[in-house]
Design a protein around this ligand. Structure first.
Ligand code: HEM
Length: 394
C-alpha cells in the first residue's frame, strides 16, 4: 500500500496551519497520499468525504478507523463494526438521546457549565483547556452513565490522563490508561449485573439488555462498546471548546454580538463547529481497488475522511474561512455521516451551546495570553490555551 507521496505532515502546527494545508490540498490534490502516520489517503472535499462515509461496503471501518492507527487488539463497537452489526450498540445508546431526554438534561448541563466556569471567572485567568474543557465533558458523561461518585472520580482522572496521552502521542501511557479504562468498564458491567437497573433508565443496563436473534451481545463486545462510549464523547469537546475560546479572543466583535443577542448562540455554534471541526482523522479501509474523486485507491489502503477540511470546501460553503451567521447551506460533516454518524451529537450540541452562551454572557472579552499548544492527528484544536477572562463592564 505504498504510493508516491503527495504531501508530508509538518512537525509543528499552529491554530491556522492545518487549514492552510487542507485548502492547498483541496484545490490541487483533493485525495492526497502521505507516508506519514503509517501511510494514508487524506480525503479533503465534501462530496468525496460523503461518498466514502456512505459506502461502507467499499470502505470498511473494521480494519483501521483512525489515523494514526492506535495500537489495540480489542474491538470496540459500534465504531469498529460495519452495518448491520453496529446497529444494536447504537440503538442501546440512542434511546437516551431523544429530544425529550435532552430537554430533561438542559438544567443540569447549565448547572454543570456554571460549576466549572465560576472558579475560572473568579480567578480572572487560567487555561481554558486544563482548567475547564478537560474536566467538564467527562463530568457530564459520568452522570450520563449513572456512575457512582467514586467511579465518576476515577473515570475523570483516567479519562483526562488518557486524553492527554493521546493528544501528546505518549503511546506507553496511552496503553496503560486504556487498560485502566477497560477495568473501569468491566467493573461497571459487573455492578449492573449484580444490581440490575431498568434498561430504560441506564445506558449500561440498556446495552446488557440487547438481544440479537434472542442472544445477548458477546461479553467482550459489550465491554468494548462501553469503553468506547466512555471515551468517545470526551475528546472532541475538550479541544473544540479551546477553539471556540481562541476564536472569541481573536474576534471580540463576535463575542459582543453573542452577549448582546444570545438568540444567535445556536447558529454561531454551528458556524464554529464548521470552522474548527475537531476530528480530522477518522478513517476507513478500501475493501477493493477503486477510485475516490477520480484518484485510484488500492484495496487495503487507509482513507482518512478529513472532516476539518470538508467543512471548509468552497463548493458547499462559499467564503469558507469566514465566520458568517447568514449561511443558507449548513451541510456539516462535523459529526460524520452515514452508518456511524455520531449518536452523541445532540448531547454534544447541548453542552457546547451552553458553554458558548455562558462564556459570552459572563465575560467582557477573552484575551489569549500565549499561542495555543495544539493537538495532533486525529484531532484538531488547542490542548492548552492560557486566557484572561475580562469581567463584564459594570
Ligand atoms: C464535539 C463533540 C463530538 C464530535 C465532533 C463527535 C464526532 C463524531 C464523529 C465524526 C463520529 C463518526 C466517526 C466515523 O464515522 O468514523 C462519531 C461517532 C461516535 N460518537 Fe461522537 N462526537 C462528539 C461527541 C460525542 C458524545 C458526547 C458522545 C456520547 C454521548 C459521542 C458518541 C459517539 C459514538 C458512540 C460514536 C460511534 C458511532 C457508531 O460507530 O455508530 N460523541 N462522533
Amino acid at each position: 500500500m505504498s504510493h508516491t507521496p503527495d504531501f508530508t505532515l509538518p512537525d509543528v502546527e499552529d491554530f491556522d496551519s492545518p487549514h492552510a494545508l487542507f485548502a492547498e490540498l483541496r484545490s490541487h490534490c483533493s485525495v492526497a497520499w502521505t507516508e506519514d502516520l503509517g501511510g494514508f489517503w487524506a480525503v479533503t472535499r465534501h462530496a468525496d468525504a460523503c461518498e466514502v462515509l456512505e459506502d461502507w461496503r467499499r470502505f470498511t471501518t473494521r480494519v483501521q478507523n483512525v489515523v494514526p492507527p492506535v495500537a489495540t487488539t480489542q474491538r470496540r463497537p459500534p465504531l469498529h463494526l460495519d452495518p448491520p452489526d453496529n446497529i444494536p450498540y447504537r440503538s442501546a445508546l440512542l434511546r437516551f438521546l431523544t429530544p425529550a431526554r435532552l430537554a430533561a438534561w438542559e438544567p443540569r448541563v447549565k448547572a454543570m457549565v456554571d460549576e466549572h466556569l465560576t472558579p475560572l471567572l473568579a480567578r480572572g485567568e487560567g487555561d481554558i483547556c486544563a482548567d475547564f474543557s478537560f474536566t467538564l465533558p467527562i463530568a457530564l458523561l459520568a452522570e450520563f452513565f449513572n456512575l457512582s461518585p467514586k467511579a465518576a472520580e476515577e473515570i475523570r482522572t483516567v479519562g483526562a490522563e488518557f486524553n492527554m496521552a493521546l493528544q501528546r502521542q505518549d503511546f506507553e501511557t496511552l496503553r496503560e490508561r486504556s487498560d485502566a479504562l477497560y477495568n473501569l468498564a468491566a467493573a461497571l458491567i459487573a455492578d449492573r449485573q449484580a444490581n440490575p437497573r431498568p434498561p430504560e433508565d441506564d445506558p449500561v443496563a440498556s446495552l446488557l439488555a440487547v438481544r440479537v436473534k434472542g442472544e445477548p451481545l458477546a461479553d467482550e463486545l459489550v465491554l468494548g462498546a462501553l469503553r468506547q462510549f466512555l471515551l468517545v464523547g470526551i475528546i472532541a469537546p475538550t479541544t473544540f471548546i479551546g477553539s471556540m475560546a481562541m476564536h472569541l479572543s481573536r474576534h471580540p466583535e463576535h463575542h459582543a454580538e453573542l452577549r448582546d443577542d444570545p438568540a444567535l448562540v445556536p447558529v454561531a455554534l454551528e458556524e464554529l463547529l464548521r470552522l474548527y471541526t475537531p476530528y480530522r482523522g477518522f478513517a476507513r479501509t478500501a475493501t477493493k481497488d477503486t477510485t475516490i474523486g477520480g484518484c485510484p485507491v488500492h484495496s487495503g489502503d487507509p482513507v482518512a475522511v478529513v472532516f476539518t477540511a470538508a467543512n471548509r470546501d468552497p463548493e458547499v460553503f462559499p467564503d469558507p474561512a469566514s465566520y458568517r451567521l447568514d449561511r443558507t447551506a449548513r451541510d456539516l460533516l462535523t459529526f460524520g455521516r452515514g452508518a456511524h454518524m455520531c449518536p452523541g451529537a445532540p448531547l454534544a450540541r447541548l453542552l457546547l451551546r451552553e458553554v458558548l452562551a455562558q462564556l459570552t454572557a459572563r465575560t467582557g472579552r477573552l484575551e489569549a495570553l500565549a499561542a495555543p499548544e495544539m493537538t495532533r492527528w486525529p484531532e484538531y484544536g488547542p490542548l492548552s490555551l492560557p486566557l484572561r477572562l475580562h469581567p463584564l463592564e459594570s
